[in-house]
Write a protein that binds this ligand. Sequence first.
Ligand SMILES: NC(=O)c1ccc[n+]([C@@H]2O[C@H](COP(=O)([O-])OP(=O)(O)OC[C@H]3O[C@@H](n4cnc5c(N)ncnc54)[C@H](OP(=O)(O)O)[C@@H]3O)[C@@H](O)[C@H]2O)c1
Length: 213
Amino acid sequence: MSVVVALAAVPREKTGPGLRKLTYFVACTIDGFIGDPEGDATSTYSYVTGEFLEFLTTEYPETVAAPARPVVGIAPDTPNRRFDTVVQGLGSYRIGLDVGVTSPYAHLREYVATRSLTESPDPNVELIADDLVGRIRKLKAEEDGLDVWLCGGSTVAGELIDEIDELIIKTYPQVYGSGMPMFGAGFAPRDFELGAVRAFGNGVLVRTYTRKR
Ligand SMILES: NC(=O)c1ccc[n+]([C@@H]2O[C@H](COP(=O)([O-])OP(=O)(O)OC[C@H]3O[C@@H](n4cnc5c(N)ncnc54)[C@H](OP(=O)(O)O)[C@@H]3O)[C@@H](O)[C@H]2O)c1
């Protein structure tokens, strides 16, 4: 059984008139790594079962990649709940691309930050080569729609760290010792306010934080 430890308002509304949130919805270890030194996090997959999987597929179905959706029982017409747009760096996008998945989140608008890829492999994927921060600000300023999901990885999250309005951190009960950090950024303290903490029976913790501005 899962436990909601604190449930202060998890704002689903916009952060201001016409402002969509940029949310870094990310999985990490207890010691804050999103993957091994190369970014691989397959050791955590064994925790994506039972009530935690149920939570993910119910609350955040759009964060399940297209090839996995039928496997975990997400119907093709399932509406997106929190996000209608996803932003990834090429390092993250390349994982699917290398096995022929050109649109891993076909149910979302997909943006991929890259300077080396000059032609998009898929009509649903828009490449961002210049002014990444400016493009994200434009997405956030759109009048309508759901929030923007910053998928990762570490490099792009580090570049967008000051644009992030919300963190949703899925923590798996594993310690890596070293690995790929949540943010590839320099040192600077930034404050966040804790919204909700949800603990699952298998030890997974999901924390939601809002950026203090
Ligand atoms: N645990 C999780 O929830 C999670 C989520 C997502 C990803 N990941 C992991 O993260 C790893 C990838 O992270 P990463 O840090 O190596 O790569 P990344 O952040 O996904 O992508 C880095 C690439 O993005 C492009 N880029 C970065 N800044 C840019 C800018 N300002 N403008 C345009 N393009 C820009 C560059 O591509 P070019 O070289 O083409 O210029 C750069 O090489 C993967 O192994 C993945 O498994 C984990």
